[in-house]
Design a protein around this ligand. Structure first.
Ligand code: BES
Ligand code: ZN
Ligand code: ZN
Length: 512
């Protein structure tokens, strides 16, 4: 989809009037561009059928063709969250009505609680338009009338941002990378194995000029990555470890390392998953897709930051060669994992990823992203990813950015009291908790064992609180994206992957 700047309503594009309940049509910036008969027609139309929030109409104007009227809530109730949905609704409605070209006014989407700049709003708009214009069509014959996508959007603004064209281009790039992450996640497990995932990563690196290395089994054996190798044992497809490096910052700056869970299919292993939900487990590499495409977006935008994406990629299958419940896996960190349940595999492969991050880079920050637990969904529903960190400032930053770009995160506790849950009997760390409760926290606390360095002294870490309360070696954030893995009704997004965490990471790293 082309997204460009327009100074006024473009003749061949259908204008979209976002109209607030109980507000004057005449105040809309597009109104003055209409001919007198069109104005009268619209005024009469609105009088007859006043627009409510969520109402949408396609109207035929007497002199200039079609217009789209989208109702939104009155000014004081119109929040930025609603604005994000309105952006998607504009595209969703246009697609339904087979409209190919649209004119939008950026000012329509400025809600009272939006704290960003006009340029930031333009970026967000372009991203949301791209997200709403996406469909996973690769495996379907096109309908006789062809796929319905919007081809061109013209954006005008009364209060024109300084760099409108640039901001729209940036937002579009981010939207495209989110969509590519969605495509990758939507690709069925029959067609996406650790090797093809790795090839995708290499192609991406080649396309946008960042280095991608892939380690195979032999190399991982040398490094002692018993976690990834253990999880991958049951599969006919060799596990891989993908390393994507983007050095856009100063040579002396240590990188931010992103670690993404790359389970191309999670059958549960010998603790085979029940029927419900297993069909979606080809998306269990969504974290890997997110970190990879976040780095791709940073490279495309030439952001001045050093960022590395690490993706342990494995398929978790039951077979004669599977790892077993009860197995004790020696990880790259030297710690052993007591496998109590082969279905809690994500944390096992991430353990090696987190160790690799600390051994081979001196990371400024480590962020892992994973479809880690169903328990995070039980806790939060499907509207926010769970975020865990000991650093209050990072937590707040990520929450604020998530809110602004619609990639919502919500914190859960990371307390030492929970560590008892993952103490092993025969191994150092057990991969499931002792009780059935707080599963998302257990997952996070497990991962924590692989980023903390018990031999270090206490040091100031929780900047916002100014307390010395942590022994962590490296600032670390864990994001459990299981809740937002797939889109839900009311998202105005295509079914399947929602592409969580890409927007969050990209916007965060542009500022960090
Ligand atoms: N990949 C799943 C978690 C998941 C569930 C992601 C639903 C997205 C949607 C993960 O590997 C898993 O199976 N977790 C188990 C952990 C349990 C065995 C401790 C879970 O959540 O049930
Ligand atoms: Zn699992
Ligand atoms: Zn999993």
């Amino acid at each position: 989809m082309e997204i460009s700047v327009a100074r006024k309503v473009v003749r061949e594009a259908v204008p979209v009037f976002l109209l607030r309940e109980r507000e004057q049509l005449e105040a809309h910036p597009f109104f003055k561009f209409l001919s007198a008969p069109d104005r009268q027609f619209l005024q009469a139309f609105q009088k007859k059928s006043p627009l409510k929030d969520t109402h949408s109409h396609l109207v035929f104007l007497p002199s200039s063709g079609e217009a789209i009227l989208l109702g939104i809530s009155e000014r004081k109730k119109f929040t930025h969250r609603k604005a994000l949905l309105a952006m998607r609704r504009a595209i969703a409605f246009a697609r339904r009505e087979r409209v190919k070209q649209l004119s939008l006014s950026l000012d329509d989407f400025r809600a009272g609680d939006f704290r960003g700049t006009p340029d930031e709003l333009a970026e967000i708009l372009a991203t949301e338009l791209e997200l709403a214009n996406f469909e996973f069509t690769q495996y379907k014959a096109p309908p006789p009338e062809g796929w319905q996508f919007v081809e061109r959007v013209f954006v005008s603004a009364k209060h024109r941002p300084k760099n409108l064209a640039k901001s729209l281009a940036v937002g579009k790039t981010i939207g495209e990378e989110i969509n590519r992450a969605r495509s990758l996640a939507n690709t069925p497990a029959g067609d996406l194995h650790p090797s093809s995932f790795s090839r995708e990563a290499q192609a991406l690196g080649k396309q946008y000029g960042f280095a991608v290395k892939v380690l195979g089994r032999a190399h991982m054996e040398k490094l002692g990555m018993g976690g990834i190798l253990g999880v991958g044992k049951g599969s006919a497809h060799e596990p891989k470890f993908v390393i994507a490096e983007y050095w856009g910052g100063k040579g002396s700056d240590s990188p931010v390392v992103l670690v993404g869970k790359g389970v191309t299919f999670d059958a549960g292993g010998l603790n085979l998953k029940p029927e419900s939900g297993i069909y979606e487990m080809h998306m269990d590499m969504s974290g890997g897709a997110a970190v990879l495409h976040a780095v791709a977006a940073l490279a495309r935008l030439k952001v001045k930051v050093n960022a590395v994406a690490l993706v342990p990629v494995a398929e978790n299958m039951p077979s004669g060669s599977s790892y077993h419940p009860g197995d004790l896996l020696r990880t790259m960190s030297g710690k052993t994992i007591e496998v109590l349940n082969t279905d809690a595999e994500g944390r096992i492969i991430l353990a090696d990823g987190l160790t690799y991050a600390q051994k081979f880079y001196k990371p400024r920050l480590v962020v892992d992203v994973a479809t880690l637990t169903g328990a995070a969904m039980a806790a939060l529903g499907q509207r926010a990813s769970a975020i865990f960190t000991r650093d209050r400032r990072l937590e707040n930053q990520l929450r604020t950015i998530g809110e602004q770009v619609g990639d919502f995160v919500w914190p859960l506790p990371l307390w030492e009291e929970y560590e008892d849950e993952v103490k092993g009997t025969f191994g150092d760390v057990a991969n499931v908790g002792k009780t059935r409760y707080g599963g998302a926290i257990t997952g996070a606390v497990f991962l924590w064992q692989f980023v903390k360095n018990e031999t270090r002294d206490m040091r100031p870490f929780d900047a916002a609180q100014g307390k010395q309360e942590t022994r962590d070696d490296v600032p670390w954030v864990h994001i459990d994206i299981a809740p937002r893995m797939t889109s839900i009704e009311g998202d105005f997004l295509a079914k399947g992957s929602a592409g969580p965490a890409v927007a969050l990471l990209v916007h965060f790293l542009r500022k960090y």
